[in-house]
Design a protein around this ligand. Sequence first.
Ligand SMILES: [Zn+2]
Length: 361
Amino acid sequence: MPKSNLSAIAISSAPVAECDTSIDPDAAQNHGKPGGTVFAGENELLAIRKWLEHDHSMSTSWLVVRALVDESLKKVSRSGDLRRFTDAELRDAAGVDEFEWRNVRTWWMKRRDDARTFLRSENQDGVLLDMERFPGGGRGITASTGIVVRKPEGALADQREDEEEDAGASGPVRYAPRNADSIRLSGPWRRWLFSAGEIEVGSTRHALLRWRVMTPAIFILLLSVVFFVDLVLRNRPIETQNLAYLLGIVVIGKFWWQEWRPIYHARLDRITALPEEWLTDDELPTQLERKRTRSGEVLRLVRYQAACPICGADVHLGEGVPSDPRRVLGRCIDAPREHVFTFDPVSHDGRHVRNERPGVS
Ligand SMILES: [Zn+2]
C-alpha cells in the first residue's frame, strides 16, 4: 500500500505526479483491478455518470461535474496528468459561460455521500472517486481538476472533515447578472417591445408599451361603465344574466392584471420577477428592472444568478410567494423551498432568509 501517495493527496498542493492513485505498483492493491490498469475507476466513473443522469439538474455545477466525468471517460486509458482539465476546458465541455471552482466543490461535497450510496447500489463499492484540484503556479501554469481514485478510509478522514466544514458554511450570496442578451420573451408583442433587451422610458417604444397596457384597461373600464349605467337606467332587479356579464368583466380584468403587473411592480419596486407567461418554455427565471442609466431611465430584462452557499447549485431570483409576493427572493434550483436567500437590489448580495435579522445566525 503506497502510504506516501495517499498522504500526498490529503495535501492538495502536492506535486502533480504523485497525486494519481490509480496506478498501484502492487497489483493486489490496485483497487481490485488487474495490475497495470491505468485508471482503476472506469466502472465507477460510468456509475457516477448514471448517478448524474438520475439526479439530472441544469445547475452550472452539475454541468461542470458531468463534463469532468465525460472528459475523464474519453481519456480513461491515458495517464493521470492527461486526465486533468483546466477551467477553460471544462467550461467549453460543459457549455457554460463561466463557473467558479469553489462552487463546484461545494456542490460535489454536499452530494458526495449520496453519490457513494448510489455507487454501492450499483455494486461499485470498492473505491471512492473524488475530484482533485491541482493548483496552478508560476510560468503560466493554470489550475486544473481531475478525478482520482481513493480508498474510502484512512488518510482522507482529516481532509474530509476540513472540506465538509468548509462546504457547510453558509456565507453571503453574491448575485451577478448573466446572459441578458439571450433572454427570449413569449408572445410577438413582448418580444418585439423588448427586442433590444431594454426600453427607454419616454421613448416611442415605451409609449407603445403603455398603449398596449392601457388599451385593454380602457376597454375593461368601458364595459364596467356600460354595465352600471344599464343597471341604473333599467332600474330592475339584478338577473343571472347581469351577474354573468359582471363575472366576465372580472375574469378579463384578472387576466389583464396578471399579464401586465410586472410593468407596474417594476416601477414601484425597481425589480420584479417576470411571471412564466412572459417567458418561453425553456427560459430560465428572468426579472424586469427599472434602472437609471446615463442616458436616462430604462426598463430592462435581467437575469441575476448566484451560487448557493449551502449546496453549490444555481440560485435564481423569483417571487417571494406565498409569504411576501412583492418581494424578490433567490431560490436554489435544487432546494427552492429550503435554500432561500434575500436579494438586495443595490448591493446585489443576500443572505439566508432564516438569518435575515441582523445579529441572528
Ligand atoms: Zn442549495
